[in-house]
Design a protein around this ligand. Sequence first.
Ligand SMILES: [Mn+2]
Length: 307
Amino acid sequence: MIFKTGKTVRIIAVPMDLGASRRGTDMGPSALRIAGLGAAIRAMGCKLAREEDIAVAAMETRSVEDTEARFKPQILNVCTKLGERVRDILGAGEFPLVIGGDHSIAMGTVSGAAAHYRERGESLGLIWFDAHGDMNIPGVSPSGNIHGMPLAHLLGRGDAELAGILGFAPKLDPEKVVLIGVRDIDSGEKEMIHKSGIHVFTMREIDEHGMAKVARRAMEIVTEGTGGFHLSFDVDGCDPSVIPGSGTLVPGGVRFREAHLLLEYCADTRHMTSMEVVELNPFLDQGNVSAERTVNLITSALGKSIL
Ligand SMILES: [Mn+2]
């Protein structure tokens, strides 16, 4: 089965680790490419455009100026460039597949997708698959690491510059945002999540109702009244036994088939118009198994089915 919209897929690699606490997510794109991402997409019968890279400064070449939002100027710069590319790629009718990189890059990807729909008078739905809430803001975040803050900024909170990438805020209607797989929330984040108005399916809901029911409800939320939706897939949403190669592992996560099922539902809607994969850290992996499984998961999201 080929990608159901028939769109050309364009991979954009963003080797970012400035937002993370553990080093090594900058090698995530390399691990996915070595695991055969491009070939796997072509093998499905999808058209794949020439891949692109967005340059990211190495941590060693920069100094931390702001301990409440570490490496903010560099992350702002990368996210702005990424957002412009995602907006333009969507405008050209292609499917942007962004490979990271730590989760701070979502401020770029989602800003670009939101800008695309905003120009058309439409709104963007968002599936945020993650063990964490990513709803921290500078001054509240215990670490100052920006990879724990992207969702808050996309909803218009926190630092005005990070929230204002591509010149508008907020990027999202919280009613069209779904957080799935969460099981580790900082105390300061809990109130932010409750007040935000986003939909949250924690591991408890997945345990109680099963992924099929959760995924069906999530698809309704992000497709009704939107122009399309973006999937931000943090590999740490999966259980560490599935994806050991990530820096902030939390036990009790989504199992391999549950993750596939969610992604198959995303493909079935024909409404997912962009996707990103973040927080893969090959230095913490066992061989390259996490990247290989992630490639497999990506093909499900692009419409590969078992039969
Ligand atoms: Mn995350």
